[in-house]
Design a binder for this molecule. Structure first.
Ligand SMILES: *Cc1c(COP(=O)(O)O)cnc(C)c1O
Length: 383
């Protein structure tokens, strides 16, 4: 079976893991935890980064850091992994899902602008959703598959309403927007080092940012808000630490981040060149202002395709190829059926069940890529 996305462990992973065992530093302090924070900040173009136990906890703590609290609203795109919405819920807040732009699969900033102007009011120094009376506390764009939304426009809107921007860049390491690095576009940027991401630590995550005071507070909160070793704590903290074992793997990966991201882009370019003229199939979008990190690649099935996602995935599986459907929108998920919704979610609700992700591991060989492309073409073309 050619897998969808497996880790590439051909660097210093083994060596660094052995160092953890040899020194007995396997837990939440150790040189690799410090090192992964340095390497993450470097990769994001920020001054600081805090290592976290997962992408989800990185999102949760980022929202807490921007003072999102109980009963607030956080604006997120409808098309995202459920962890984005869950992090909002973990704050006791409610997501307001907005549609995505078809050209980027990221938050539709025109809709963001019109929804805010139609359905909110400024009062008491804040922005309030008129119908629910809830305070709108933050905007959390998602860098879908390593595509960054139009952040110039988005930040302009956020500034007008005085809303903080926290980005879900969970799968976007390596992405750039108009010559800016992914950590330079929001107050806080959350990353994931889950096993299926371009850079993995087995599991784990990080928050990147430039505000020293805030970043110090986030580190403090993520490590049980401990003031002294004498069991003295000054806030309700979290055990969201990354272990030195995770960080050891993550450091070995981050040393090769450019190589891993280049390989992801090569995979995208190869599939696109193979499928660009294929009938009933469209390509994943990349907006002109992005250098996408191309986390996963694949195809979109048009309406008149003889296949749906499920039966094409099954056919591919019968041919030794792992292919999968992609994110089901938040508005269609059971725990979020009553969340705040924008006036139209057409793009996300019509798109999601037409997407197929194809093998995109950085370890994939050119023969395997050719085999995948030939098999897809043979199956979808009517002869
Ligand atoms: C992977 C992912 C997450 C969650 O990260 P975990 O490390 O699995 O908690 C959140 N948001 C997006 C967009 C992701 O792709």
């Amino acid at each position: 079976m050619i897998p969808l996305a497996v880790p590439n462990l051909n660097g210093n992973e083994r060596k660094y893991l052995n160092q953890c065992i040899d020194t007995t530093f396997i837990s939440s302090v150790g040189e690799f935890v410090n090192k992964i924070e340095e390497l993450t900040a470097q990769a994001c173009g920020t001054k600081y980064a805090v290592a976290m136990s997962s992408g989800t906890t990185a999102l949760h703590l980022s929202l807490i850091g921007t003072r999102v609290s109980r009963d607030d609203i956080v604006i997120i795109p409808n098309f995202t992994f459920i962890a984005t919405a869950n992090a909002v819920s973990h704050c006791g807040a409610v997501p307001w899902v907005m549609d995505i732009s078809p050209d980027s699969w990221t938050l539709d900033v025109s809709q963001l602008e019109s929804e805010l102007s139609l359905y909110t009011e400024k009062k008491n120094g804040g922005v309030y959703h008129i119908q629910s009376g809830r305070r709108v506390a933050a905007i959390m764009p998602v860098y879908t598959l390593g595509n960054i939304p139009d952040m110039d426009k988005l930040n302009e809107i956020a500034e007008y309403y005085g809303l903080p921007v926290v980005s879900d860049a969970a799968a976007a390491i390596g992405a750039r927007y108009k010559n800016k690095n992914l950590g330079e576009l929001a107050e806080l940027t959350a990353l994931s080092f889950n096993g299926n991401k371009t850079v993995t630590a087995g599991g784990g995550g990080a928050i990147a940012g430039n505000n020293k005071e805030l970043m110090t507070k986030l580190k403090h909160l993520s490590t049980t808000a401990r003031v002294t070793p004498e069991y003295d704590h000054d806030m309700v903290g979290y055990n969201y630490r990354m272990t030195n074992i995770q960080a050891a793997v993550g450091c070995a990966q981050l040393e090769r981040v450019n190589e891993l991201v280049s390989k992801k882009r090569e995979i995208r370019a190869f599939y696109n060149s193979e499928f660009e003229n294929l009938e009933n199939v469209s390509l994943f979008p990349i907006p002109w202002y992005d250098e996408s990190a191309c986390w996963l690649s694949g195809i979109i099935l048009n309406n008149n395709s003889k296949f749906n996602v499920r039966n094409l995935c099954n056919e591919l599986k019968n041919n030794g190829i792992e292919a999968r459907s992609f994110w089901k929108p938040i508005s269609l998920q059971t725990p979020y059926k009553d969340c705040v919704k924008s006036s139209s979610l057409k793009v996300s609700e019509n798109l999601w069940d037409k997407i197929i992700t194809l093998p995109s591991s950085t370890t994939i060989t050119s023969d395997e890529l050719k085999y995948v492309a030939e098999t897809v073409k043979r199956l979808v073309v009517d002869i």
